[in-house]
Design a protein around this ligand. Structure first.
Ligand code: FES
Length: 251
């Protein structure tokens, strides 16, 4: 193992992370991640991080996006790891602590929490885990809500209006209510402290990309053309949801 990597071991399996990514994605010293990893291991099954290309997040002018310039509690969207797979980027305005979560098939994983100066920046695949609703340029049934979308449910959740699944982005997008069977897949971000920039480098949790491409093959072909399934490389443009989508449904 090289000096630049960290070995993370779950029962029966190990994976390597770039040391800097590991530390920065935790947003804290690596040692502070150990309890969450240990807790996940204790559950037995496990979902490993999946590495994709390192992609710098940029603004609509193509300049490196500064994490500090994100408006708190505002929906931002970029596409990763494929050209047609949307991701929510959120500054929650408060630190998000590491969490132990579980996929539908009871695979445990340790979400590393928020990144950035306040450990408040998080990213999740914007594909609802129930029936794969996702934001398009025309309409979005799923988005973050600063104020509660349903009586009796707390504020600051990601809500899917299709059948009212609600996810808590401050807890790794775990499901709080509705028919969604598992958390939104997390997108891993590395934070460069000096430059205040963000780089996506992988996913964690249960990916639904195969089912997504199967379900929306025709639509994605029309919207994104043959590059829909292309891997994103180099950089990804971050837009406010209201700039990306003409009709963000508020239910
Ligand atoms: S597709 Fe989101 S709740 Fe059904």
């Amino acid at each position: 193992m090289g000096l630049g990597t960290v070995r993370c071991t779950y029962p029966g399996e190990a994976f390597l992370l770039d040391r800097r990514s590991f530390i920065e994605s935790c947003g804290i010293k690596a040692a502070a991640c150990v309890p969450a990893l240990t807790a996940a291991s204790a559950l037995g099954a496990h979902a490993n991080p999946k590495a994709y290309a390192r992609v710098l997040l940029v603004d609509e002018q193509g300049q490196p996006l500064r994490a500090g310039a994100l408006k708190p509690q505002t929906n931002y969207v970029f596409h990763y790891p494929y050209e047609a797979t949307p991701v929510f980027l959120l500054d929650l305005g408060k630190p998000a602590s590491p969490q132990t979560l579980s996929t539908r098939s009871r695979e445990a994983y340790a979400w590393p929490g928020g990144v950035g100066a306040k450990r408040s920046v998080v990213a999740f695949s914007a594909i609802c885990t129930h029936q794969l609703a996702y934001p398009t340029r025309e309409v979005s049934f799923i988005s973050f809500r600063k104020t509660r979308a349903q009586r009796g449910v707390q504020d600051n959740l990601i809500h899917c209006c299709a059948e009212h699944s609600q996810y808590d982005p401050s807890r790794g997008a775990e499901v709080l209510s509705g028919p969604a069977p598992q958390p939104l897949c997390a997108v891993l971000l590395a934070y460069e402290t000096k430059a205040d920039t963000l780089t996506a480098y992988g996913t964690l949790g249960s990916e639904l990309f195969d089912a997504f491409f199967l379900k929306y093959e025709v639509k994605l072909g029309l919207d994104a053309g043959p590059k829909a399934k292309n891997a994103v490389t180099g950089q990804a443009v971050v837009r406010e949801l209201d700039n990306f989508c003409r009709n963000a449904i508020q239910c």
